[in-house]
Design a binder for this molecule. Structure first.
Ligand SMILES: [Zn+2]
Length: 437
């Protein structure tokens, strides 16, 4: 039978992370690869990435964590639980950045996880489950770390080839991994994974800075739209005799925007964008004969994404008729929506209520390691507000107050989940990770 689980509510309820230490760690990591305008450049596998990992490793060790690096280069700090063979409750994010990054994206989730472990260690609190803080390898370009952990990585190194980057095997080796052993990075059992991240969008700030309860990570579909008209003389072709591909394209752009703005009937969270357009011949005195453009649509619901596409196809048929052009659309990319686990969502929500922090539910429209890890375990995400909604920019900013609040939510969420996923005393018992619903 499971041992009696009693949350020592008085001590645990008042438990808080050390905010000063959290922000000092953030500043120390921000100094590695720092840019003149307050941002940071810490590309995956670069010398800066390696140095940042070493520093974080030293903090993990000072929190009593055993640190290992798997074949994909994921650095895993393990804070042992009362039941060492129970599946771990994991958190974490990434330390690598885009070329001109802010200091919060990814790093914040890692540092908050480390601070949670340091707090538990300092207070002598030993949860039932082991707690892991994971620094995923290369989130920004390939997501190789989380993909390998989920058993979803393409094992062919040429798949990741890029003219501006070194071969991925060398990169993975630079951070302590081993490409030849990549499949060994796959994890069979984690009890749950919770990622804390800055929102990277303006929704929470616009709502008065509540904490973000992530409802899921949106699915993304990308298409190429081709419009064929007729290139002819801009002076001699009468207006009534034209097949102007750009005039048709302009109407498609507006149709896409209307679909993105649609509300009611479950609509409201979807986005739809034409981000790139190529026209030919692209000269001043010729009617555009051909336009190629992209379409990007994102939403939490596949059914809604299907409906958005059907709606657009209908409108494109009408536009083609009216403009005498031919319009075709073909899929380029499809990422499935990833819902969060409802127990984890509820745990985060209840923790926020207990900590007196207002919340707002919202989908994540950016990719995160959490969506990949959701393939192998229950997943949840917490967002903290981003000032101005700005991210992947040196001006990215989240206030210390919100950073500290987010880390406290993470701490109490992990402790709450420690009770939710019961450990059995019998190691290897099928009941070792029984969920209490
Ligand atoms: Zn990130």
């Amino acid at each position: 039978m499971s041992p009696a689980i009693i949350e020592s509510s008085t001590t645990v309820d008042v438990l808080r992370i050390n905010g000063e230490r959290l922000m000092q760690m953030m500043a120390d990591v921000a100094a590695i690869g720092s840019l003149p305008n307050g941002g940071v450049r810490r590309l995956a596998f670069s010398p800066e990435d390696v140095v940042a990992r070493k520093l974080v490793r030293s903090w993990m060790e000072s929190a009593g964590m055993a640190v290992t690096i798997d074949a994909a280069g994921n650095m895993i700090g393990l804070y042992q639980g009362r039941f060492p063979h129970a599946p771990a409750l994991a958190t974490g994010s990434h330390l690598d950045t885009v070329p001109n990054a802010g200091i919060y994206d990814g790093t914040y989730g890692v540092i908050a996880g480390v601070e949670v472990a340091r707090t538990l260690h300092e207070q002598g609190i030993r949860p039932d489950h082991p707690i892991e803080v994971i620094v995923f390898a290369d989130e920004e370009r390939t997501m190789i770390g989380s993909k390998a952990m989920a058993g979803k990585a393409n094992l062919d190194p040429n798949f990741y080839e890029h003219p501006h980057y070194e071969p991925i095997e060398m990169g993975v080796r630079a951070i302590g991994g081993n490409w030849d052993q990549l499949p060994t990075a796959q994890r069979a059992s984690l009890a749950a994974f919770v990622e804390l991240h800055v929102e990277q969008g303006p929704v929470l700030e616009a709502a008065g800075n509540p904490m973000g309860l992530v409802t899921g990570i949106v699915g993304q579909r990308r298409y190429l739209i081709d419009i064929d008209g007729s290139a002819s003389h801009a002076g001699t072709t009468p207006m009534t005799m034209r097949q102007d591909a750009l005039v048709a394209a302009s109407q498609v752009v507006l149709a896409v925007n209307r679909i993105g703005e649609k509300t009611g009937d479950g609509y409201g969270d979807q986005v739809a964008t034409v981000g790139a357009m190529k026209l030919s011949p692209n000269v001043a005195n010729t009617i555009p004969g051909r336009v190629e453009m992209t379409l990007d649509m994102r939403d939490l619901s596949n059914a809604r994404l299907d409906a958005m596409l059907a709606d657009l196809e209908q409108q494109m048929a009408d536009i083609a008729d009216a403009t005498g052009t031919k319009i075709s659309i073909k899929p380029q990319l499809r990422n499935e929506p990833v819902p969060v686990n409802s127990h984890i969502y509820n745990a985060i929500s209840q923790v926020c209520e207990r900590l007196n922090l207002p919340t707002q539910a919202l989908p994540s429209r950016a990719s995160h390691d959490a969506q990949i890890i959701a393939n192998i375990t229950d997943m949840g995400m917490i967002f903290v507000p981003s000032q101005g909604g700005i991210s992947h920019s040196e001006t990215e900013y989240t206030s210390p107050e919100h950073c500290i609040q987010g880390a406290n939510i993470l701490l109490h969420t992990l402790l709450k989940l420690d009770q939710h996923y019961r450990c059995s005393e019998t190691v290897g018992d099928a009941k070792a990770n029984v969920k209490v619903s």
